[in-house]
Write a protein that binds this ligand. Structure first.
Ligand code: SF4
Length: 285
């Protein structure tokens, strides 16, 4: 008997759901132009649907300068402090849909930075969430570390106190590994593990399902970092792990000879896309 196991934690997390709902609510009440500062989630289908409802994506304050005044929605990843100020200066309204867990990191790094701590953000330096967090710190006393090599090379004055935080979607084990490397250098460190539970739960469940199945499907946008991490975790447990954006990317013939398939999805994958994948795989069985 063939079986499909769909992760309970697959799909939108609390913060993403809140941000997407906020944009739909604003679009429904639309009295002035609505912008999202960057795509609201890493999902092309959702962004296109919102565009049809008149929501435009702007990618910088400069772009906003050329546009008509309106409401700017900050997405769940959050932004640098200066972005709030610049948007306000342009006379636009701000609706802040930054995830509360990310806002908490902004507050932590701002406080520690003001107290003279050196801030280490464990995460991907080019990810918008990390760029946003960096924008609440003193730039001269902040580093982003993503790899064991970078942690090994990290060196500042031994008297400098350090505060370490994490990108919310970072892998928990890797975070601990990188923190240990820095700790061994003998610094006075305050470690705040700011990895979000939603991510950890999704990763733990994905790992456990991938270990039980013959094939694993990970659904999510190409640029979604948390989906990429889920894929890595699943691939470690199950060689036949596939990364798809929608059911159209599935090569269903791959599933002919398997007995059970696991499905999980990143935090920005809408439910209907997960259901479509599930239905297509089920039809094949
Ligand atoms: S993964 Fe966590 S921190 Fe990120 S948006 Fe979702 S709930 Fe918020």
């Amino acid at each position: 008997m063939k079986q499909i196991i769909v992760a309970k934690s697959a799909g939108f997390c609390f913060g993403v759901k809140r941000a997407v709902d906020t944009v739909y609510e604003q679009a429904a009440e639309k009295k002035e132009p609505i912008y999202t500062y960057g795509p609201i989630i890493h999902n092309e289908a959702v962004v296109e649907d919102l565009e049809k409802r008149g929501v435009k994506v702007i990618n910088s304050v400069d772009e906003l300068k050329q546009a008509e005044k309106g409401t700017v929605i900050i997405r769940s990843h959050g932004v640098e402090k200066k972005v709030y100020d610049e948007i306000k200066e342009l006379g636009c309204n701000i609706v802040d849909a930054t995830c509360p867990f990310v806002l908490k990191i902004h507050k932590i790094v701002e406080k520690y930075s003001n107290e003279g701590y050196y801030i280490v953000i464990i995460g991907n330096g080019s990810h918008p969430e990390v760029l946003g967090i960096k924008g609440w710190c003193d730039p001269k006393h902040t580093s982003v570390i993503e790899t064991a090599e970078e942690a090994g090379n990290f060196k500042i004055s031994p008297e400098q106190k350090i505060c370490i935080v994490s990108q919310t979607t970072f892998n928990n084990n890797k975070f601990k590994e990188l923190v240990e490397i820095i700790q061994k250098k003998g610094y006075n460190i305050n470690v705040l593990n700011t990895i979000c539970n939603a991510t950890e739960e999704r990763q733990t469940e994905a790992r456990s399902i991938a270990a039980q199945v013959d094939a694993m499907i990970v659904i999510g946008g190409r640029h979604s970092s948390n989906t990429q991490k889920l894929f890595e975790i699943c691939k470690n447990e199950c060689e036949n792990t596939y990364y798809v954006q929608t059911y159209k990317d599935l090569d269903l013939s791959e599933f002919n000879s398997v007995d059970n398939v696991g499905i999980t999805a990143g935090a920005s994958t809408p439910n209907n896309i997960i259901e479509e994948v599930q239905t297509n795989v089920r039809n094949e069985f």
